[in-house]
Structures are given as C-alpha cells and as structure tokens.
Design a protein around this ligand. Structure first.
Ligand SMILES: C[S@@+](CC[C@H](N)C(=O)[O-])C[C@H]1O[C@@H](n2cnc3c(N)ncnc32)[C@H](O)[C@@H]1O
Length: 477
C-alpha cells in the first residue's frame, strides 16, 4: 500500500516538475479494492468546464519527444507506423530504467493485465463462440515484433543500447521470451492507455465538432499522456474529456462533479467483448453496446445448404461493398430488426433469394434490395441462420442463466473466477442478442402469414440505389 501510494506521489511530483498544473480539487486514488487500479477522484465539488489538470505536450511519452527521433530517420518511424513506433520508443525508455525521463511515470503503469491476450486457454474457452476470440491478435503481434521491430532494433543497436559494446548481442537477445513478453506488455499498455495525439496546429480535416474521420485518427501519432491515462471509464458515467491546445492538453469537467465522485474519461461505445479484449474489464453499463457477429463462413455454409449460394451474385455484392468477413447484430432498446440487424446481411440474403431474372434486372441498374424490406423467405432464412449461430455456443442461454453464481461480486472474485465470470457475461450478452433477433424474426414471419407464404415482389420502389446502405461501423478487429 505504502509503495503504491508512494509511487503515485512520486509520479505526481515528477509531473508537476515537468510543467503540469494539477487542480487541488482532484487526487489519484487507490481503487484496487474495486479491481480498478488507480483512478482520479474529486476531493471538492468541481464546476462544468473546470480544468482538472493541464499537461504540457513535452511531457507526453511519444516518438516526437523521445531522443530516438533525433537519431533515427523519420522514414524508419514512418515505415513502422504509429503503433509499432511507440512500442519501439517505450521499449527504449523501459530498458533505460531510472535513466529514462519518464521513469516515475513508467513505475505507475501496470505490469500485469487482464486483457484477453493474457488469458489461458481454459479462460478463453469460457467465451465459447464469441467472435472476439479471433481478434486477440497475439500471433500477428509476435510476427510484427520479429519481422518489423527486431530488424530496426538491430539496425540501430548502437543508439538503442546507448553505446554499450554488447549492443549487437543485446539486440539479438531481444528475441528472448522475457523480452517478447515485455513487448506484449508494452503493446497492451498502448492499447489501453495511449491516445491518438492531435497535432499542435489544428487540422483542416475535422468536422464542426472537432472530430476527425476514423481512418485519419488511425494515422495520428500515438502518445502516452501521463495522468490523462489514469482516468477510468464506465460508459454513460463519462464526466471529463481531454482538449488539445498548442502547448498543453487540458482535461476538463464535462459536467459538475461532486466531491468524492470518480472522474471518468470516455473509452468509446465498446461492446463488452471488445472492452475485455482492449481493457480487461467490463461493467453492465456497456451492455447497451453489445454486438454478436455472424461470420461469412457460417453464412456461406447455410446458403450452400439451402441451395442459394451464388458466386456470381457474391461478386456483384462485393463490388457494391456489401460482403464482409462477418455481420453484426447490435443491441437496441426496444430491440428492432431494423436497428439491430446488419443491413448488409439483409441485402446479402435477399439478393441470394431473388429469382435470377429479378437479380439481373437490379444488377443492370446497379441497384440492391432494400434492407428495410425483409421478405418472408428472407426472414425464414435469417431465422435459421440465427439459430445456427446460437448453436455454435456450447451452452444455451437458459443453461448459463441457471448456473449464474450470484454469491460473489465479479470485481471481488480471484483472477480466474473473475475472468470466468466476465467471459460468461459477454457470452450471455451475445446469446441474448441472438434470442432477441430470433424472436423478432419469428414475429415477422408470423405477421407475414407463416413461412414463405408471401414473397414480396421486388419492384422499382423495392430496391435501392448504389451506396444507399447506411453502414454501422463494425466492431474493431
Ligand atoms: C487508461 S487506464 C486507467 C488507469 C488504470 N486504472 C490504472 O490504474 O493505471 C485503463 C485501465 O484501467 C482499468 N479500468 C478502467 N476503467 C475501469 C472500470 N470502470 N472498472 C475497472 N477497471 C477499469 C482497466 O484495467 C483498464 O485497462
């Protein structure tokens, strides 16, 4: 406890010496009793728009501020991209130990994680058929470290190991398991802590609210922003946000905050599966963003079994940017097919069900079936598809509900039990979405007069112009 609080105090003192201004109305709190590490808490009432702390850009742990950027060509960083470049720089700072400018900051960052990357096989198995299991990316990261990071470390070994005469040998030793683990730890830190840092001079490509396109955010340099990254998050409890200025970054209150309340940043509208993958925790407040994915492989199996698979039609749908590796069902309240079912999936199914003549007619006009008009055949097929997706999970929703252990709150359970419980909450959320979709489709079929009784004739009003599909963003991969 003393070490933990001592490290917090040393960190805050270092940050202030580095030019940060921290409001006396906040403190860094030990929230380990709630499995939330450190967090920032108000010690006095705070008004809306009040600045909670101000961090100079020079204190950001980034490529730009690292000594490596003065010694290593910009093209090397460009070829590595923002993520790998920051791993490279953080690795350098970690290996520098107490000599690093950021040593006091690095010592308050965790060395153990609950993110999916670090789960054992039996823990991951509790997620059952959740698509998030295919998005952990451990092997891809290993490959990136070996094929892109190690060659750069070797090339600049003299600089990276600060003139050590064993520099080349040390660069070779970066392949060792303990060093690869360190790379994974740093990558995990970046995933849960780093910010996409807006440049000092404002960009032209932001919208009226100051937000950039997602692809442009991806190209932004990543940086570790001390203290800004000590804020936890909990879906709709967000009460603070970081504002980018020329020389400083200001964390400001978005609403009045009472003394004793925790200060929360916004990690985004993440489904609980993704929250677990990136941040290693979940809360019920994120259930509103839950998603279940139906893979294209399953769609292909089912369309083949139904005798409606058509390469020619899939090619056309690919040209129209309808096909994907998977299709999401989103949470909605109240649940509706239109809000929750991926329009691309509906278009795909309806296109494969069309009589050839009808398909040819649409194709010749560059059109697609309308996603808001589901035929009875379409509903019947989607219903079967959803049942098949549910069957991919090894237990049913009812079985999960029966074995729910209410005795111990998730946040207090020992690590393994907590991971099991978090995985179970994720898979239950996904199964609930499937059940809601199944029920809504069954209702639609009943309304339409039973399976296949009525098939909508596609006319000119029944199709959409190219590009007329409003896409919801897929969950990140
Ligand atoms: C940006 S950091 C926040 C600071 C972190 N609590 C610490 O001690 O370093 C993100 C990490 O904080 C934890 N976290 C954030 N919000 C949380 C919450 N509402 N409940 C539990 N843990 C949370 C998770 O471990 C997450 O990966």
């Amino acid at each position: 406890m003393a070490d933990f609080d001592g490290a917090s105090q040393t960190f805050l003192a270092w940050l202030q010496q580095s030019g940060a201004q921290i409001s006396p109305k906040i403190k860094l709190e030990d929230l380990r009793h709630a499995q939330a590490g450190r967090g920032v808490v108000a010690t006095q009432d705070i008004a809306e728009h009040e600045v909670l702390f101000r961090i100079p850009r020079t204190a950001i742990l980034s490529v730009e501020n690292s000594i490596l950027s003065t010694e290593i060509p910009a093209t090397t960083f460009e070829s590595m991209g923002p993520w790998l470049s920051l791993i490279f720089v953080m690795l350098y700072e970690y290996l520098n130990g107490d000599a690093s400018n950021w040593a006091s900051y690095l010592s308050v960052l965790p060395t153990e994680f609950n993110t999916l990357m670090f789960w054992s096989e039996d823990e991951l198995a509790e997620l059952q058929a959740s698509a998030v299991r295919n998005k952990i990316g451990k092997e891809e990261a290993d490959e990136m470290f070996m094929e892109q990071l190690l060659p750069v470390i070797k090339e600049f070994a003299g600089m990276f190991f600060a003139g050590d005469e064993r520099a080349q040998q040390k660069a070779e030793e970066m392949r060792d398991e303990c060093n690869v683990t360190l790379m994974h730890n740093i990558a995990s830190l970046i995933m849960a802590y780093a910010f996409d840092v807006e440049p000092a001079s404002p960009r032209k490509d932001v919208d009226e609210d100051g937000f950039a396109e997602e692809e442009e955010d991806e190209a932004l340099p990543k940086g570790m922003i001390p203290l800004a990254d000590m804020l936890n998050a909990d879906a709709d409890r967000n009460n603070a946000r970081l504002f980018y200025d020329n020389k400083y970054l200001d964390m400001k209150a978005l609403k009045p905050i009472k003394a004793g309340e925790e200060i929360f940043n916004d990690y985004g509208p993440l489904p609980r599966s993704d929250l677990l993958r990136r941040y290693g925790y979940i809360t019920d407040n994120y259930a509103q963003y839950d998603v279940v994915e139906i893979s294209m492989d399953l769609v292909t199996d089912m369309t083949t079994a139904a005798g409606i698979h058509s390469e020619e039609r899939l090619e056309y749908l690919e040209e129209q940017e309808i096909t994907d590796t998977g299709y999401d069902i989103f949470a909605s309240t109240p649940f509706t097919i239109q809000e929750s079912l991926s329009p691309e999936l509906i278009i795909l199914v309806e296109s494969l069900l069309l009589p050839q003549e009808e398909f040819e007619r649409l194709k010749s006009k560059g059109k697609l079936p309308k996603p808001e008009k589901i035929t009875s055949k379409g509903a019947e097929f989607l219903h079967k598809l959803i049942q098949a997706r549910s069957a991919q999970y090894t237990t049913t929703l009812e079985e999960d509900a029966k074995s729910m252990n209410a005795a111990l709150p998730v946040r207090l359970a020992p690590t393994k039990e907590r991971r099991y419980a978090m995985a179970k909450a994720v898979r239950i959320g996904e199964k609930q979405l499937l059940k809601q979709a199944e029920d809504a489709l069954a209702e639609l079929m009943a309304r339409e007069g039973g399976p296949s009784k009525r098939q909508r004739a596609v006319d000119d009003e029944g199709d959409v112009e190219m590009g007329g599909v409003e896409k919801k963003p897929r969950t990140s991969t």
